[in-house]
Design a protein around this ligand. Structure first.
Ligand code: LLP
Length: 416
């Protein structure tokens, strides 16, 4: 559930009218709801409350400092994939001791930084990475806490670009190599084996792939125990889906209940979850203004001031996100493709949408809080939009709109 609702045909973010925010900060703009972020985070935290656990919000979903600071104040941990994300977590008041570091290509500099600030664990994806972490830890005279990301080879049944747990994916260590890789890790002097992890994909709407993956990991943990390798935490990754349209993803409670069944008798294992989308997606909208209505030969187009550079998901994954008028007009609707001004045929936010709109009307693209701003670019030298956090009847700027000067401040003309 989120806190974007209509009152008298006007869209509100909590107790603040979206049209008022657009009037103040201009369009396009991203608007986030603090109450929604908090509600979603707490849904995970309470779902697994009967077990030792840590919710490590996946920073990649939305890394704005305002968003991270809201979650840090709740005591959240964080799943990061770069030194940049780690710096953001720290700048937002997050605790490095609650950070897990995922990703296939950690550089020596990133590893040293993470060791220096004392993260909770490296989620390691290959033997060369194990060796690199060991070498960096040795040079700093530290022991690096590690977990191995196991690829359980389960089909997450999601979009192929965001499915990660199959053999054909670049992620993780093959299930059949898991034991040998733990034995290898045990021989490296500056590693401390702490955990096991997996992440099988994103926008999963079915529980069974999670359960299959979890059971595969638990049997590996048992096998390791017989070899004298004891695992303290099990990190099940992120991936729980959200409602964009008519999907019926499980509630965190159902997800947790299914896991609890598998985890019976394993109270010593701390459970780590890395939700990103399920916390942030429906806590955000992208607000855009209709510039022109254009009647094409076959279709009507609503040309708006946001584009694929601001919200890439529709263009990249053919993702469907709901588009609604911020102020609802009475009367008949027409069918529009909602498109941006970027010079690409793939530049659309939605196709064949039924809307009753006129130029200068505001539209809200829903479910834009995750993988929205973070995937924005400056293509066509377009400035990325501002981000605004709503808290009840207050709206605060958490990132200002970029200026054109900022876009080329690090560029140089060629002399001569
Ligand atoms: N942990 C790891 C290791 C991940 O790779 C991801 C997401 C997550 C956690 C968080 O997954 P979530 O709970 O958000 O599903 N750009 C795509 C999504 C890419 C997800 C990548 N990994 C999209 O817009 O749909």
């Amino acid at each position: 559930m989120d806190f974007f609702n209509y009152k008298d045909q006007q869209l509100f973010a909590e107790d603040t009218a979206v049209a008022d925010i657009a009037a103040e900060y201009g369009t396009p703009c991203y608007i986030y709801s603090r109450a929604t972020l908090e509600r979603h985070w707490r849904a995970f935290d309470s779902a697994v409350s009967t077990h030792k656990h840590l919710i490590c919000y996946a920073v990649k979903a939305n890394s704005n400092l305002g968003v991270l600071s809201v979650l840090a104040k709740l005591g959240s941990g964080f799943d990061i994939v770069s030194a940049g994300e780690l710096a953001r977590v720290i700048a937002a008041g997050g605790d490095p001791a609650k950070v897990v570091f995922s990703g296939v290509g950690k550089t020596p500099e990133e590893i040293a930084y993470a060791l220096d600030v004392g993260i909770k664990c490296f989620n390691v994806e290959s033997i060369p990475e194990l060796e690199r972490i060991n070498a960096v830890a040795k040079s700093l005279d530290k022991k690096a806490p590690i977990s191995l990301r196991i690829n359980p080879n389960v089909d997450a049944k999601t979009h192929p670009y965001i499915s990660t747990g199959l053999k054909a994916n670049k992620f993780g260590i093959a299930h059949e190599d898991a034991i040998a890789t733990y034995l290898k890790a045990q021989t490296l002097s500056h590693l401390d084996i702490k955990g096991m992890d997996c992440h099988i994909g994103s926008q999963l709407t079915d529980i069974s792939p999670f359960v299959d993956a979890l059971n595969k990991l638990l049997s590996l943990i048992d096998e390791l125990a017989t070899l004298g390798i004891h695992i303290d935490h099990l990190d099940v990754g992120g991936g729980l889906g959200v409602v964009y349209d008519d999907e019926t993803p499980p509630h965190p409670n159902e997800y947790a209940a299914a896991m609890a069944d598998c985890m019976k008798g394993r109270e010593h294992l701390t459970l780590i979850l890395e939700p990103g989308r399920a916390i942030a997606a429906n806590a955000g909208i992208l607000v855009t203004k209709v510039e022109f209505l254009k009647q094409g030969e076959e279709k009507n187009f609503a040309i708006v001031d946001a584009a694929m550079n601001d919200l890439l998901r529709p263009a990249l994954y053919s993702a469907w996100q709901k588009i609604e008028a911020v102020s609802v007009r009475e009367g008949d609707t027409e069918i529009y493709d909602v498109v941006g001004p970027v010079c690409e045929t793939g530049d659309f936010l939605g196709k064949a949408r039924s809307l009753n709109i006129a130029p200068n009307d505001l539209l809200a693209v829903r479910s834009a809080g995750a993988y929205g701003f973070v995937m924005a670019s400056n293509y066509n030298t377009r400035c990325r939009p501002p981000e605004i956090m709503v808290d009840g009847d207050k709206a605060m700027l958490v990132r200002a709109r970029e200026t054109v000067e900022q876009l080329f401040e690090n560029e140089y003309t060629v002399d001569g």
